[in-house]
Design a protein around this ligand. Structure first.
Ligand code: SAM
Length: 305
């Protein structure tokens, strides 16, 4: 189900008194202690892959972007995926493009700082065995990526949490677009699930994790006009999740005494899915902006604004 971002952001966080009490309990357990350790890249990647197996978000995101890509016509297309991870989502998007564009060139570039993920991204894309698909991948964070070309689409799926400066990142991403190209940012709001991140995750290098509201504010502050926005109502089944999945969900290596209270909190914020089984809502907000086309002047050079 898709609805506007404002609707998802007015949901009470957390969603019940019991959940609020459990969250307070977790705060109390952490009071006066130092930050928990963060996740090493390999356990982050493993926890993430296992989390995705319990969530329906990949299908919702892939379907959403397929709809947006379909509106961009059926000519050649180039996509830059920032924070591509192991490529599980990108390979679905690329495969959809290859099938739909039947023979037209598709260029797909992935960036991720973790070499293990970039290797998997490259292998998954190679397995598509499509001659019209040209793939490149860089082991780099967005700020350092050696990208010297422009794209029709620049995509951040769940990677904007980690950048040092959201506004500067949005501007740089816009610079990597061809005129008329589109920047898409998929990121979670600070809702029930991410309330745990706010309580338990250690700070990143000099900043907390960013959420949807930070991205929306950065769009406004940088003067980049936001296009249509959407929220995808994803659900994740964390009832029987492993400790590694819970570590990924809270973005920290939990200590043994924290797993019980974290599981109790997740139960308290769960809602029944269509099959009646309890699941944790984890909405995904999607922001979009278009790089404007050049403005024709009567005399003098053409400028892009
Ligand atoms: C939650 S994963 C998302 C992966 C993929 N986009 C997906 O949806 O499956 C976030 C990814 O962002 C990457 N990442 C973290 N900081 C980054 C940065 N500064 N620049 C680019 N990628 C980054 C991480 O290594 C990780 O693979």
């Amino acid at each position: 189900m898709v609805h506007s971002i404002l609707m998802s952001n007015i949901a009470p966080v957390p969603s019940s008194d019991a959940a609020a009490e459990l969250l307070d309990g977790l705060r109390a357990l952490r009071r006066g202690t130092g930050p928990l350790p963060g996740l090493a890249p390999d356990s982050y990647a493993r926890g993430h892959a296992a989390f995705e197996r319990l969530s329906d978000q990949r299908s919702l995101i892939a379907e959403h972007f397929a709809g947006r890509l379909a509106k961009m016509g059926d000519g050649p297309i180039s996509v830059l995926s920032v924070g591509c991870g192991d490529g599980s989502l990108d390979v679905r998007i690329a495969s959809g493009l290859v099938q739909r564009l039947s023979g037209r060139p598709v260029r797909y570039v992935g960036i991720d700082p973790w070499p293990g993920s970039v290797e998997l991204f490259t292998a998954k894309m190679a397995a598509l065995m499509a001659d019209e698909l040209s793939v490149e991948a860089h082991v780099a964070s967005f700020d350092d990526a050696p990208v010297n070309e422009t794209f029709d689409v620049v995509l951040f799926v769940h990677s904007m949490y980690y950048v040092a400066d959201v506004g500067a990142t949005l501007r740089s991403a816009l610079d990597l677009l061809r005129p008329g190209g589109e920047l898409w940012v998929a990121i979670a709001p600070s809702a029930a699930l991410n309330a745990l991140v706010e309580v338990l995750a250690p700070p990143l290098e000099g900043h907390r994790q960013w959420f949807s509201a930070d991205v929306e504010k950065a769009f406004v502050d940088t003067g980049i006009t936001l296009g249509d926005e959407a929220t995808l109502d994803a659900l994740v089944d964390l009832a029987s999740a492993s400790d590694e999945v819970l570590d990924f969900a809270v973005q920290a290596r939990l200590t043994p005494e924290l797993y019980g209270p974290v599981r109790a909190y997740l139960d308290a914020v769960s809602v029944p899915g269509t099959d009646g089984r309890l699941r944790v809502p984890h909405p995904v907000d999607v922001f979009a902006a278009t790089r404007r086309r050049p403005v024709e002047r009567r005399a003098g050079p053409t400028t892009v604004v």
